[in-house]
Design a protein around this ligand. Sequence first.
Ligand SMILES: C[S@@+](CC[C@H](N)C(=O)[O-])C[C@H]1O[C@@H](n2cnc3c(N)ncnc32)[C@H](O)[C@@H]1O
Length: 196
Amino acid sequence: MILKQMLPYSKFLLELTINPGDAVVDATAGNGNDTVFLSNLVGETGTVYSFDIQQEAIENTQQMLDKHTINNVKLIHCGHQHLNNYINQTVSAAIFNLGYLPNGNHTITTKADTTITAIQNLLPLLKVKGIIVLIIYHGHDTGKLERDALLDYLSLLDQNRCSVDDTHTFLFSHLHSSLGRVCSYFSLTWETPISG
Ligand SMILES: C[S@@+](CC[C@H](N)C(=O)[O-])C[C@H]1O[C@@H](n2cnc3c(N)ncnc32)[C@H](O)[C@@H]1O
């Protein structure tokens, strides 16, 4: 099952990229699983910035932090599109596990415009060899719109960065589920810092 492969693969990429002491982003805290995973990778000296718009998600994630006695997470009740208002350091990695809160309100879901704004605001903070992992569930209508808009945006980003400024190399991978394309995976790696 591609879903079962995809989540471990995204974690594998994050493990390769993240070092103790790093600052990283969980763009969608949800039930806190990714936040806990990132927290363990950055260790006591690192920081995880974890965002969600739902009070329920913030509470669920806080419970996970308490359960695991985690103190290196800044849990932020705010949309990830505003992340640049909260982060004043470079980050080595981010995960966007998009969609709705499992077992929560399925009408509250990530949306293309705010997800793209978040990526735009995150890229200037991403360090050399940093990575952004995007996991998109498009078995539902909003997810389909989000997938298509993200594909368009990422394609443009690729051309712009590579053609306008040769110093930027952009790595983009896209795996489709063979089972009705329910989930897509993207990763972005900056090979050199953004200038200007
Ligand atoms: C699939 S869940 C995240 C799962 C989570 N990473 C985990 O490990 O449990 C998606 C989450 O995105 C949140 N969300 C929706 N729009 C958002 C936004 N603009 N900024 C931050 N979080 C958002 C939802 O509230 C939901 O909790």
